[in-house]
Design a protein around this ligand. Structure first.
Ligand code: UD2
Ligand code: MN
Length: 374
């Protein structure tokens, strides 16, 4: 009898243990399923987002594009099958894909472009060149994006930036052009004038190509997207998208960049025009972005921001540029800037395009922005 009892006890223990084990296994398995689902959800979501672009994305995934320039015969884009890739490795070292060397400098389009408003007739070289607009061209469903980069003497950054952004823009199925707007000469840097000049230039080129841009992304050359799930596009009608909301330099703290508009900012041309672009009157480092922010508030427009995870960016480490000294008067200037909103910006822009180069993957525009007041 005793033996029977201890057998019963043993069986009970075994039963209890296996129940516990099964329960643990079941929970673990479920959470594994959950994990997988979460993962595949992200992927599905990604695929859904790029669904309208599918045929051309497929092209992009398999294609190497032939660019009609003498020096360049072929550029190969590496695109991950399956679309977006989520968090990306940021390599700010020199080992980035060597787009810069691969592409070389392609013919200057015109040496003597004069005032921006008048140059269009001289622009026939650009008109049917496949190098200007990349990605799907086939339908009016796609958003055509102009990336505008203010630039001078940051070639190492530009090279890293291009190596980093081109696969992202491809992978995301975007239709895009990249305009590097370089300030000519050695006067103090004026980012606002470069933005306005780049905008006007790209707008004219887009119209000339009969492919007007629907979305402008104003982009610092040193600021690199970290999370490929963040689409490089204008997301919602009527809103301005501030993409770079959390930046390594500020410990990814959204309190830093979640209130500013520096780094990477996207909007439709209509909104940019409504804001009269950036003020032209800010010379040197600082203030032009805050003044732009003040314009947005003044016009009662809203800014959309991705969450801190999606909006992660790396700013390549850099020091101060000798030709971009701090603008000492920027704080009062920002405070006053909205008074002059209608008179200081696109409406009174008096810059001129000096030279234009076509590269296989971007257009470089060198602009004479004038000189700062003495
Ligand atoms: C902040 C802002 C930036 C801008 C600037 C003040 C963020 C995340 N960034 O960046 O958007 O408003 O302050 O003006 O808030 N550049 C050149 N050559 C030069 C100088 C500047 O190419 O000699 C270009 C380049 O694209 C650069 C950008 O201008 O990324 C902004 O200048 P910055 O990087 O020196 O400014 P930073 O990092 O303080
Ligand atoms: Mn910077």
């Amino acid at each position: 009898m005793k033996i029977l009892q201890s057998w019963n006890a043993l069986l009970f223990v075994i039963f209890a243990l296996s129940t516990v084990c099964f329960f643990m296994y079941y929970t673990a398995r479920n959470s594994e399923i959950l994990k997988t689902q979460r993962r595949s959800f992200t992927k599905e979501q990604a695929e859904k987002t790029i669904a309208p672009y599918e045929p051309s994305l497929r092209d992009a995934m398999t294609a190497s594009r032939t660019v009609h320039c003498d020096e360049v015969t072929e550029i190969k884009y590496q695109v991950h099958a399956g679309g977006l890739s989520g968090k990306m490795k940021i390599d700010t070292g020199a080992s980035q894909m060597n787009y810069w060397n691969d592409i070389g400098e392609v013919f200057p389009v015109n040496q003597s472009l004069t005032y921006m408003g008048k140059y269009t007739t001289k622009y026939n070289h650009l008109v049917d060149d496949a190098a200007v607009i990349h990605g799907p061209r086939d339908s009016n469903r796609v958003q055509r994006i102009a990336v505008i980069i203010p630039f001078r003497d940051r070639h190492s950054h530009l090279r890293i930036f291009l190596g980093h952004i081109l696969p992202v823009l491809r992978r995301q199925g975007n239709t895009f052009s990249i305009f590097v707007v370089e300030q000519a000469g050695a006067d103090t840097f004026n980012k606002g004038r470069l933005m306005n000049s780049g905008f006007k230039f790209a707008r004219t080129v887009g119209n000339k190509l009969d492919m007007p841009f629907d979305c402008f992304i104003f982009q610092d050359v040193d600021t690199l997207i970290e999370n490929d799930n963040l689409l490089y596009r204008c997301t919602k009608r009527g809103l301005i998208d501030h993409l770079s909301t959390s930046i390594n330099k500020f410990g990814y703290n959204p309190l830093c960049c979640g209130m500013t508009v520096g780094g990477v900012l996207a909007m439709t041309p209509g909104i940019y025009e409504l804001l009269n672009g950036f003020p032209n009157s800010f010379w040197g480092w600082g203030g032009e972005d805050d003044a732009f922010n003040a314009r947005i508030k003044k016009k009662g427009l809203k800014i959309a921001r991705p969450n801190a995870e999606l909006g992660r960016f790396t700013m390549i480490h850099h020091g101060a540029d000798s030709l971009n000294p701090h603008n000492g008067g920027r704080l009062p200037a920002v405070r006053k800037s909205t008074d002059a909103l209608e008179d200081d910006g696109l409406t009174n822009l008096d810059t001129s395009v000096e030279e234009v180069w076509m590269y296989a993957t971007f257009v470089k525009v060198r602009v004479n922005v004038g000189t700062p007041p003495k």
